[in-house]
Design a protein. Structure first.
Length: 218
């Protein structure tokens, strides 16, 4: 079990937000804040499948070897924690994945498995694994097709596209397509019967569920 002294994930993310607000010009912060509010207003958070519904099945390539990983094979072993993340360019996503890495032994002790899924190319996902020493599978969802099935895909608005370009975050290159589509950060737990036990997505990328709360359903 992790130490009780381990800070909660949201506290770590709030620190990133505070540091960013102290370093970035107000007009640039306003671009992100506006994009978040506009995305929240669409109601997209409510589109993720709810607890008790059947989860979409998937078959996606692994970052390390390109081998197809099937949800049916994973669920034959145990319950499955699924984390959708935007990309390795997002410090919130990387902080979240590192938190899950620390808890991965606990996930396995409870008989469950964990995968993280992003629209990044296999090569970019491989970089993510290597740079952050991740030992659970990272899968590539090309074109956000699986994220679309989960109801969490959105198009990055033009002001945010310009913002990302200005800070050298080339999402079309990272993802290997020109769609500028991303998934909401989302976490689900799926039972061996394929039913959703936990489901949470956030239009505000600065907010994530705490992994310890997620593990409470296992």
């Amino acid at each position: 079990m992790p130490s009780s002294a381990t800070p909660r994930l949201q506290d770590q993310l709030d620190t990133i937000t505070a540091q960013t607000r102290g370093l970035v010009q107000p007009e640039r912060l306003a671009i992100t804040d506006t994009a978040v509010q506009e995305l929240l207003a669409t109601g997209i958070e409510s589109r993720i499948p709810s607890v008790g519904t059947q989860a979409p099945e998937f078959a996606l390539p692994d970052a390390i070897n390109g081998k197809t990983v099937r949800s049916s094979d994973l669920l034959a072993v145990g319950p499955l924690v699924v984390n959708f993340f935007r990309g390795r360019w997002d410090p919130y996503c990387m902080t979240e994945l590192e938190a899950w890495q620390k808890l991965y032994p606990t996930v396995r002790e409870r008989g469950a498995l964990l995968v993280a899924i992003s629209p990044q190319s296999q090569r970019q996902n491989d970089f993510t694994v290597q740079q952050h020493n991740l030992t659970f599978p990272i899968l590539s969802d090309a074109g956000t097709r699986l994220a679309e099935q989960f109801g969490i895909t959105y198009a990055v608005p033009e002001p945010m596209q310009r913002h990302y370009r200005s800070i050298l975050v080339n999402i079309p290159f990272i993802n290997g397509d020109e769609s500028w589509q991303l998934p909401l950060p989302a976490t689900l737990v799926i039972s061996q019967a394929g039913k959703i036990l936990f489901s949470e997505a956030h239009a505000d990328h600065r907010v994530r569920p705490d992994p310890m709360d997620v593990l409470g359903v296992l």
